[in-house]
Write a protein that binds this ligand. Sequence first.
Ligand SMILES: [Fe+2]
Length: 406
Amino acid sequence: MPAQVPPAQSLPTQAPKPLTPDFYHYRAAPLEKVELDGSWVHLRWPDGTTLRCFDAWLTENSPNRGFDPVSRESVLDPKDVEAGSGLARAWRTQEGLLELEWTDGQREQLHPGWLRHVADNQHRPDSFLPAEVGWDSGTLPEPPTTDGSRVLENDEILLGWLQDLVRFGLARLRGVPAHHDFLEQLISKVGPIRATNFGSMFTVEAKVDRDSTAYTGLNLGQHTDLPTRETPPGFQFLHCLENTVTGGWSRMTDGATLVAELQRNHPQDYEALTTLRWVFFNRSPTCDHRWSGPLIDHGGPDQPLTIRAFYPVRAFPDMKPKDVPRAYAAMAVLSKLAHSDRFQIRFAFTPGDIVGFDNRRVLHGRDAFQPSDGSRALRGTYMDHDDLYSTLRVLTRKAESGPLED
Ligand SMILES: [Fe+2]
């Protein structure tokens, strides 16, 4: 049915824009056309963009009727949404807003800029995050690097570094103070630290009494940390406090690129790596974390990739005995690729460097070093994907908001 414009002016000329069910500012984005068709409202903007809205969803997102104006969260239980969603009319106001009238006579207006962001798919979890860019040693010989000397005071610098981190799964800050508490201060600004059985902060240095091979001068093969968990930490950060040893270079390999290579050129190994499970188990007198999963864990549809590759805690095949030989063979193929010059990059840590990497996507390792040569100390911590992505969306939207209308 065509838009029905009620005779009375629905808004005074200077009326504030309707509240949105979030805390962002939206451009005005006036609508060109509104049509109510049964339970659906069809919206169209002047550039031809359209959005089809179900009445119950509009009800949930209507100020006063559907969400709490303070918390901006929905207040309607599903049983109440259904009963209260009958729309009698829907129309475009003179200012291009969507106005609705329910069968009980209540009227509400919805912000067309907010509706437009849904039409533009900006409500999706991947919106306001950079798209993943796969890399190998030819396309990314060094970690993307940002001058971090003002990162605590300048959100633009922080934003650029976090964007690189999400885009490449690897990003470095250089020139930050090489003092013990700096990493905790910086990462706490991004979001809550993900504590593990190694504590909330840890220092990677050679130790006599150690609970991980990381605390030696041994070579560490390409791996991801904590595959013993249902959800391994999303990001890891290492801050170099001192480094006077020979060797001990860091190595990184993009797991997303390895997955594509395996799919393309090693389909049988790829099948084994994505379906045959292993029990990962941390050996410790005080904790007992376990998880079973394949080395290349795609989770479910739209789930992030998790590479579970850490031989120090890979404990038991969780598969039929007949599959064990091909599981070992496929792991060897993955490991050879991960250590090859084509896919792996190597770089030295300098005091004042912070290297962040996606612990579920990028494999990391370390060349051997001789602890008696000097000192090597890296302060480290973890953060979940969720918390970093949240800060990145907020910073990105703040940077993009500019002089917007309310
Ligand atoms: Fe590690």
